[in-house]
Ligand binder design. Structure first.
Ligand SMILES: [Zn+2]
Ligand SMILES: [Zn+2]
Length: 394
């Protein structure tokens, strides 16, 4: 602000101002009039893309990328890249756009920190996970071309984007993955092929020499394992109408995993299922495998899901206070059981899948007086009762 100069009215300056004010309409307008290159710098050596990333404004970031903004350009005195700024903003969507545009996640600033390390430093855990879980689309597209004597590729080209989307997911709760599959076109029908490609990707990560990425190798193995299980359930199904069948598979899979153990709380079946997954990881020499096994065989072991989540998404301290969906582990779910208000869900689908577990507790809880009500987050009572009717009918 103190550096007022004659350049203040330059078009570049108005672009920086519009970004600063977060005024997208104005920004779009000015940028449309600016015919030149968008890779110009402000007095601190920052590009417009870096400013937009720092603001966490995905629309501005997208527009600048469309206009040819160089994602790895910048003269910032501490060598911050656009991805560093996006990571600091806490916007996972901005980081994803930058990564898709070729931002280098390994680039370090002047104190040797990567973007993901900076995000961790300021407590943006979702952003950390987004960056650490990122893989370029080309990694998967590789398997969509026939190799050598192949007449058919390992992966139909139409499944490249669906599988990429599946891999980039940050919430690795098996029920969330199953629910995601329902909404990713085509992947559930080719779960066997996708599972196979994921194992090949896992192997590739383990054989990159100095660039070996054990964590990613394990993640691929984990996703492959989940897909294979879902494929097995599908195989055992009797052929019925297609949509109904799809629905059933997710239902069978989640019921199997969410069924509580003898104490009525711990998820013994899920734990056993996930421990088998770790046990089947073929690269037993690696540090990641040893760490997981040490943790799982310790005196008072944490749930396998916690161990796997820590491995894939990094340590997550001080986030215990965040509410989770009782079905799929998604953070900060939007809804509560309207009857007892003691459990939270993403949506009605998650609530429905969890009802077979929750119904007992719900009746107990709801007979106790409820201290406060919050109409905004509650599921509409009529919706719920019709939901319950459906369940009883089914
Ligand atoms: Zn959920
Ligand atoms: Zn309830």
């Amino acid at each position: 602000m103190e550096n007022k100069s004659d350049d203040n009215n330059a078009p570049e300056k108005t672009i920086f101002d519009a970004i600063g004010q977060g005024d997208f309409a104005e920004f779009k307008n000015i940028l449309a009039q600016h015919k030149g290159d968008v890779n110009f710098f402000d007095e601190n050596g920052m590009t417009a893309l870096q400013h937009a990333a720092y603001k966490g404004n995905k629309d501005m970031v997208q527009l600048l990328l469309d206009r040819g903004a160089d994602v790895n350009s910048g003269k910032h005195e501490y060598n911050y890249t656009a991805l560093h700024f996006g990571a600091l903003s806490g916007s996972s969507e901005v980081c994803k756009l930058l990564l898709d545009a070729g931002a280098k996640p390994t680039a370090t600033n002047s104190v040797g920190r990567t973007a993901s390390q900076m995000a961790a430093f300021v407590g943006n855990h979702h952003t950390v996970a987004t960056i650490n879980n990122y893989i370029p689309r080309s990694e998967i597209a590789y398997y969509s071309l026939p190799r050598g004597q192949q007449t058919e590729p390992y992966l139909p080209p139409i499944l490249v984007d669906p599988l990429h989307k599946f891999v980039l997911g940050v919430n690795i709760h098996p029920v969330r993955l199953a629910l995601n599959l329902q909404h990713i076109t085509g992947l559930l029908d080719s779960a066997d092929k996708a599972s196979n490609v994921l194992e090949m990707l896992s192997k590739k990560e383990m054989t990159r020499g100095s660039d070996t990425n054990e964590v990613m190798a394990f993640k691929y193995h984990y996703l492959s394992y989940i897909l294979r299980e879902i494929h097995n359930i599908k195989d055992k199904q009797k052929p019925v109408e297609k949509d109904e069948k799809k629905h059933d598979i997710i239902e069978i899979f989640s019921k199997k995993l969410l069924k509580p153990g003898k104490d009525g709380v711990s998820l013994d079946l899920m734990d056993a299922f996930l421990k088998d997954c770790v046990r089947e990881f073929p690269y037993r020499e690696c540090t990641t495998f040893h760490q997981m096994v040490t943790s799982l065989t310790s005196k008072d072991p944490p749930p396998a899901l916690t161990v796997i989540n820590c491995t894939i998404n990094g340590q997550r301290g001080f986030v215990d206070a965040i509410p989770y969906c009782s079905t799929c582990g998604e953070e900060k779910p939007a809804k509560k059981c309207s009857k007892c208000k003691s459990v939270q869900y993403c949506d009605r689908e998650c609530q429905r899948l969890h009802w077979f577990v929750h119904k007992k507790a719900c009746n107990r809880e709801s007979s106790a007086p409820v201290a406060s009500t919050n109409a905004k987050v509650n599921i509409d009572a009529n919706e719920l009762s019709s939901e319950l009717q459906n369940l009883i009918a089914g």
